[in-house]
Design a protein around this ligand. Structure first.
Ligand code: HEC
Length: 141
């Protein structure tokens, strides 16, 4: 049962890009739903940033720049046509802003971190609106 709920949540936070797709997914047996490499990477990036947020709020030092971010250039997408010029330029921007978090002084840390999260949100406004509320919860208010 827990697994089933897990799959439902995964479904709910997905892109919901088109109604037909959503209906098609609903009709699939949940155990058969396979997230794409990109969806897995995105969830990993979410968890990494959740941890960064906690470390910043606790005043702890950050670890190394997460090399996992670089997989955004190669991970397979659910919709391969999503990898267009817009996607590529926002991937670059996201990685640059992600690096800036690791080069930031203490004073700029929150601003740099929020800048990186806002890049997640900017790309999502064009590409995948479903997870935006979840991503917004990563912002440091
Ligand atoms: C360059 C554009 C872009 C950036 C930057 C980006 N995303 Fe995404 N995100 C996408 C796309 C496209 C998908 C859909 C992936 C798929 O289904 O293959 C996605 C999917 C997701 C999902 C849903 C995964 C699932 O289970 O279906 C989450 C959560 C997510 N992103 C969080 C984030 C977070 C957090 C960041 C920043 C740390 C981020 N994204 C940065 C484009 C982006």
């Amino acid at each position: 049962m827990r697994l089933f709920i897990g799959f439902c949540i995964l479904f709910l936070v997905g892109c919901q890009s088109s109604k037909n797709e959503a209906i098609a997914k609903k009709e699939t047996v949940y155990e058969m739903y396979k997230p794409s490499e990109m969806a897995i990477l995105m969830n990993e990036m979410y968890l990494i940033n959740e941890k960064i947020k906690a470390q910043i709020l606790a005043g702890e030092a950050l670890e190394e720049f997460p090399e996992a971010y670089l997989k955004i250039h190669t991970a397979t997408l659910t919709k391969p046509t999503d990898r267009d010029d817009f996607f590529n330029s926002f991937s670059e921007l996201y990685i640059d802003r992600g690096r800036e978090v690791y080069n930031a002084s203490k004073d700029e840390l929150v601003i740099k971190y929020n800048n990186a999260i806002n890049t997640c949100i900017s790309c999502h406004q064009q590409k995948c609106t479903g997870p935006i509320p979840k991503i917004q919860s990563l912002l440091i208010q």
